[in-house]
Unconditional design. Structure first.
Length: 198
């Protein structure tokens, strides 16, 4: 298996991001965005997705966390796209259902080369620290678009929004871990088209 890693540098007038990703990791790395709850969610993503993830993000937080969260999602998606290469040998599909106390979320994804995000969460307005609840959807849409994933996320139960968002991130991590894993019985790209890169 080749070294499935990527490094992304993304600089705009709104954010400055340096991100390194390894698909075959242990959760190593640090995630620093200036948005505490988001850092925690990225830590969960790395640990439960078995991703080595280093993210150093500086954003225009004086305007809110929107640009920081969305642009981090774009950079992570770009890194996923690059680290996956031609997608040879992967399982391609992943699914997970994760409980977090009273909350439960599911994620189904396809490393399809076709970006699509269905986000069925119905989160109420509000914020956890400086992370507005609506930013969860913005993050997943950005990752899906940049990585060219078909991504379905659904909240199945829950009343505590912290728990709900945590369950969403963990479900995504577990589904992604399954989809990017190497299938020892797959000899090429798992598609009748012969390509999954777009």
């Amino acid at each position: 298996m080749s070294d499935r890693r990527a490094e992304i540098t993304r600089r705009t007038h709104e954010t400055d991001i340096t991100l390194a990703l390894g698909l075959d990791g242990t959760g190593a790395g640090t995630r620093t965005t200036g948005v505490g709850f988001f850092d925690h969610m990225l830590d969960l993503l790395a640990r439960h997705g078995r991703l080595d993830l280093q993210a150093d993000v500086r954003g225009d937080l004086q305007t809110g966390a929107h640009h920081t969260v969305e642009d981090t999602g774009i950079a992570l998606g770009q890194a996923l796209h690059e680290a996956l290469g031609d997608r040879s040998g992967i399982y391609r599909y992943g699914h997970a259902v994760v409980p977090m106390d009273e909350a439960r979320a599911s994620c189904t994804l396809d490393i399809s080369g076709r970006p699509y995000c269905a986000f069925d969460a119905g989160l109420p307005p509000g914020a956890i620290g400086n992370f507005e609840h609506e930013l969860a959807e913005e993050f997943f849409r950005a990752v899906s678009s940049a990585a060219r994933l078909t991504l379905h996320l659904r909240v199945e139960a829950g009343t505590n929004v912290h728990h709900i968002i945590e369950a969403l991130f963990k479900a995504f991590a577990r589904a992604l871990r399954a989809a990017v894993a190497i299938d020892p019985t797959e000899t090429g790209v798992p598609s009748t088209k012969g390509t999954l890169t777009g």
